[in-house]
Design a protein around this ligand. Structure first.
Ligand SMILES: [Zn+2]
Length: 434
C-alpha cells in the first residue's frame, strides 16, 4: 500500500513536471523591421521579419510567416539594428558622483549606485560592454546580478582590477586610502616585475576576470606630468600577455604613448585603448597583427567642457587639450590605413548612457556611418570573442535588438536616441505590442 502511494505520487509529480515544462516553452516574438542594418555585410535590408524564440533569434528574412501565438512588435517605420556594444567602460562610477569617483569612493559606495549606470547604458541601446577596471569586484558583482536577472543592464565582460606598475594609472589617481599601492597587494592591481605580474593575472582571472586590462603607458587624467611614457618594460608586457593568453583571456592595453603602444602590440595584446600618440610604424604593426584600436575620441570634449568647472587641475586639462586633438588626428590615420577599429568610449569618465555620442566623432574623423556601426557591433563582437553570440541579427545569436526612428546611415546622431531596446528576447524600452 505504502509502495503504491509512492508510485502514484511519483506519477503525479511527473505529470505536473511535464505540464510545467510545457508552460515554460520559450515565448515566440516576431519583430517587423522596416529597415534592418545587416552589420555582417554592411548593407541595409528592407521589410524584414525577425522571429525570436526565448532569448535567441530563430530566423530573419523578408516576408517570414508569423508563427501562431507569437507576440508581434511592429517596428516597420523604424530602423532596426543589433544591440550596440562598448569595448571600454567603467560602469562602477560616473562623474555625476564627483570627478574621479572611481578612485576616491569605496567599493561599497560604488556598488550602491553602479546598477543605475548599468540601466542607463542598456537603455541607450548598449546591450554588451567590456568593463575595463573596477575596484573591489564591484563590476563583477554587477555582472552577476545582471546575469541573474536581478538588475537591468548590459551583458558584461569584466577586467576586475586594472593591472599596472607602481606609479602607473592603475596606482596613481586618487586620494583614497582604498586604491593603489597604499593597499595590501591582494586589494590592488599594482604589480611590478614579470613574476608578480603573472601572479596578478592569475589572481584576477581566478576571481572572474573575462579580460585583462593593464597600463602600458602613463595617463592623461592621472596626475603624472608626462603623457605616454611606457610604464612596463617589454619583458613585463610579454609576461603579462603570455600568462593571460595561455589562460584563454584576451588583453586590453591602456596606452597613449608612441613606444608603449608598439611594445604592447609586440607583446600581443588584443586591443590598444586610447592609442593617442600612435605613429606610422605603430599603425603598420597594428594592421599587420590585427590588433584592434579602441580610441575614445568623444570623451575629450566632455572633459574639457565639464571637468574645468569642477576643479580639475590645469595641468590635466592642458594634457587633455593636446592629447585629445592628437588622438583624433591619429585615429583618422589609423582608419585610413585599415587598422581594425573597435568602439570603446571610456564611459564613466563621462556620464553613462551617452555612449552613442561617439558615433558622430568617428564619422567626423574618417569612418563611414556603416563602418562606425560595424565597429560597435561585429568588430566588438570579434574583439570580445563573442562573434557567434552578438553583433548581428542572425539566427542563433542572442536577440539583442535595438531600433531608431529614421535612417542612421544618413544621420548617425540618431544613435544617440535609441527608441527600442531588447536584450536576450526581453524588451526593456519602447514599442507597444499588439
Ligand atoms: Zn578607461
Amino acid at each position: 500500500m505504502f509502495k503504491k502511494i509512492v508510485v502514484l505520487a511519483a506519477l503525479v509529480s511527473l505529470f505536473s513536471f511535464a505540464a510545467a515544462a510545457q508552460d515554460a516553452k520559450p515565448k515566440l516574438i516576431a519583430i517587423k523591421a522596416g529597415s534592418l542594418i545587416d552589420t555582417v555585410n554592411g548593407r541595409v535590408l528592407k521589410d524584414q521579419v525577425i522571429i525570436i524564440e526565448g532569448e535567441r533569434i530563430k530566423a530573419v528574412g523578408p516576408g517570414l510567416a508569423i508563427p501562431e501565438g507569437a507576440d508581434v512588435i511592429d517596428l516597420s517605420n523604424m530602423t532596426v539594428l543589433p544591440g550596440l556594444s562598448d569595448a571600454h567602460v567603467h560602469i562602477s562610477g560616473d562623474p555625476t558622483q564627483g570627478i574621479r569617483s572611481r578612485s576616491t569612493l569605496s567599493g561599497v559606495q560604488l556598488a550602491t549606485t553602479s546598477h543605475v549606470f548599468a540601466r542607463r547604458t542598456l537603455f541607450a541601446g548598449f546591450t554588451t560592454v567590456r568593463d575595463l577596471g573596477s575596484i573591489e569586484f564591484v563590476s563583477l558583482a554587477l555582472k552577476r546580478a545582471i546575469d541573474a536577472g536581478s538588475v537591468a543592464g548590459p551583458r558584461m565582460l569584466v577586467a576586475n582590477y586594472y593591472i599596472g606598475a607602481t606609479g602607473s594609472p592603475a596606482d596613481i589617481g586618487g586620494g583614497s586610502p582604498l586604491t593603489g599601492s597604499k593597499l595590501p597587494p591582494e586589494m590592488t592591481g599594482v604589480a611590478d616585475g614579470p613574476d608578480a605580474i603573472r601572479q596578478k593575472v592569475r589572481w584576477n582571472i581566478r576571481l572572474g576576470a573575462d579580460v585583462i586590462k593593464f597600463g602600458a603607458s602613463s595617463g592623461v587624467l592621472s596626475d603624472e606630468k608626462v603623457v605616454g611614457v611606457a610604464k612596463y618594460t617589454q619583458e613585463e608586457m610579454d609576461a603579462l600577455v603570455d600568462e593571460s593568453t595561455r589562460l584563454g583571456v584576451k588583453v586590453a592595453a591602456h596606452s597613449h604613448g608612441t613606444d608603449a603602444i608598439k611594445m604592447a602590440v609586440k607583446a600581443g595584446v588584443a586591443s590598444i585603448e586610447h592609442g593617442s600618440l600612435i605613429d606610422d610604424e605603430g599603425i603598420r604593426m597594428m594592421k599587420q597583427r590585427g590588433t584592434y584600436l579602441s580610441a575614445d575620441i568623444y570623451v575629450s570634449d566632455y572633459i574639457l567642457s565639464e571637468y574645468s568647472k569642477r576643479g580639475v587641475e590645469e595641468i590635466v586639462l592642458q594634457k587633455e587639450r593636446v592629447v585629445g586633438q592628437k588622438q583624433r588626428e591619429n585615429f583618422k590615420k589609423a582608419v585610413e590605413a585599415g587598422v581594425k577599429i573597435a568602439f570603446g568610449t571610456d564611459a564613466g569618465v563621462y556620464p553613462h548612457g551617452m555612449n552613442g555620442k561617439q558615433f558622430a566623432y568617428m564619422v567626423q574623423w574618417g569612418m563611414t556611418p556603416m563602418a562606425a556601426i560595424q565597429a560597435a557591433t561585429v568588430n566588438n563582437a570579434d574583439l570580445f570573442g563573442m562573434s557567434d553570440q552578438i553583433g548581428s541579427i542572425t539566427a542563433g545569436k542572442f536577440a539583442d535588438i535595438i531600433a531608431v526612428e529614421g535612417d542612421p546611415i544618413a544621420n548617425i546622431k540618431l544613435l544617440e536616441d535609441v527608441k527600442f531596446v531588447m536584450k536576450g528576447g526581453t524588451v526593456y524600452k519602447g514599442a507597444a505590442r499588439r
